[in-house]
Design a protein around this ligand. Structure first.
Ligand code: PHE
Length: 452
């Protein structure tokens, strides 16, 4: 281990901001609102809240414990906590590979977001008329230059923060960006809620319509909970390895989980009332943010472009702190094997850039979109793997390792800060949630995903 790793985060606030920065991302602001709408609003929310505060939070705490106990990145952490059994390295490998692939898709979407932010400031978006946003997005996303340039700029920013290190880069940047993000989302909520006809949006978001939920909605809620909390993929193992020994891991996980959940709900409140008030279609899926919201902002009149710029900045910042944690997971792995931070980050960034640019050019209508394998482009494959399969596989492996391989006494010792904290209900939590509920639920998601 390097000296830098031992120094880690410097304060409780820093820990929470950095880990919440990882959790709060495109998953909360871009993905949560549209799937919540799709699966019955309040009905989805009920199931989601259950998964987030049970399995999701427990997995986050497990990863923190694995990271802090071993003080290693995922590849070395799992063998270290299983008496050196190298086969458990596969759990870490699966996580690191998943982070690598997620980051490529993440960069593409973040690039779009950054471009839309620029288009909001320059007035380009506000000069379009209502009916043309869908075709504007299609032409933009298929063009070979702007989306790739934007993703490279975004990746460069991410790289610079990671090169800055744990304390001066990640912690410092998260401590500044996260409060800005919260302030922005609150302002957008107030604007959205004060529009005429906003209540229909709240009804859409919170009214439980169980007929729309179904089995598929329940599975989507679990998948979304894992992705949104950044759990199961080793990212929280890495951040866990930077958490000071006197930090209460249960409390920290609870704070981060609550923060992530709240921001997702606030994103829904910022988006749906405005969409309804302006008479647009709320159920248009992933295109909601890029094809519908710009039209919503346009219909707000004069200040619309200010709110538009604010929204896309909010999304860019949220994506940035998550991309930082994805890149940090890869960098920390290389650092753990003795490479320097700067050199590892630069090399990983270059490889990641090649994958992301290639995938970007295969997006719908892009210049390489005809290059397909099994009827899917590279972008479609990455999207499918990182959106549906890899996160639950990695989470399942993590849950099995934590519940069945790692020593119970090590877990108790780490969670209680070597006996200095009193932990109540340890056995209930350990035997019930960790050993049985989490692995069973995850196995279910996977099997039904494969069958479906
Ligand atoms: N939690 C992030 C989001 O909601 C995505 C992410 C997944 C980040 C895994 C890091 C690791 O967008």
């Amino acid at each position: 281990m390097t000296a830098e790793k031992h120094s880690g985060f410097s304060s409780s606030f820093g820990v929470i901001m950095a880990a919440a920065g990882s959790a709060v991302g495109l998953g909360n602001i871009w993905r949560f609102p549209y799937i919540c709408g799709k699966y019955g609003g309040g009905a989805f929310l009920l199931v989601y809240v259950f998964f987030v505060f049970s399995i999701g939070m427990v997995l986050m705490m497990s990863e923190f414990i694995i990271g802090r106990r071993s003080r290693h990145s995922p590849l070395k952490a799992y063998p270290a906590l299983s008496d050196g059994h190298r086969r458990w390295m596969t759990v870490g490998m699966a996580g690191v590979l998943t982070c690598f692939l997620i980051l490529s898709v993440y960069l593409i979407i973040s690039g779009w977001t950054l471009s839309y932010f620029v288009d909001s400031i320059t007035g380009k978006l506000s000069s379009l008329d209502d009916g043309s946003f869908a075709s504007y997005f299609d032409t933009f996303a298929a063009s070979p230059s702007r989306p790739t340039l934007a993703l490279l700029v975004f990746l460069l920013l991410t790289m610079l923060v990671v090169i800055g290190g744990v304390k001066k880069g990640i912690e410092q940047v998260s401590k500044i960006l996260m409060p800005i993000l919260v302030l922005e989302i609150l302002i957008l909520c107030v604007r959205s809620l004060t529009l005429n006809g906003a209540s229909a949006g709240l009804h859409y978001l919170f009214h439980p319509d169980f007929s729309l939920l179904g089995w598929e909605g329940v599975l989507a809620a679990l998948g979304q909970a894992l992705f949104s909390l950044s759990v199961g993929m080793g990212a929280m193992v890495v951040y866990g390895s930077y958490i000071p020994h006197d930090e209460n891991l249960l409390k920290t996980s609870l704070w981060i989980t609550a923060c992530d959940f709240l921001i997702a709900v606030l994103a829904g409140i910022a988006i749906f009332p405005a969409v309804f008030a302006c008479g647009h279609d709320p159920a248009c899926g992933p295109g909601l943010v890029y094809q519908v919201l710009p039209a919503v902002f346009n219909s707000m009149g004069g200040l619309g472009s200010v709110f538009s710029a604010m929204f896309f900045l909010l999304l860019t910042l949220a994506a940035l702190t998550s991309a930082i944690s994805l890149l940090e997971t890869l960098t920390a792995t290389a650092v753990d094997y003795g490479y320097t931070r700067t050199r590892s980050t630069i090399i990983i960034t270059i490889v990641e850039a090649i994958l992301a640019v290639t995938a970007c050019l295969t997006f719908n209508g892009g210049i390489w979109s005809s290059a397909q394998l099994g009827g899917r482009t590279l972008y479609n494959w990455l999207d499918l793997l990182t959106g549906a399969y890899l996160p639950p596989i990695c989470a399942l492996l993590t849950a099995i390792f934590f519940g069945w391989v790692m020593k119970k006494e090590d877990i108790r010792d780490e969670l209680s800060n070597h006996g200095t904290l009193r932990i109540r209900y340890f056995n209930v939590f350990y035997y019930f949630l960790v050993r049985f509920v989490a692995p069973t639920a995850l196995l279910f998601v996977l099997i039904s995903g494969i069958i479906g």
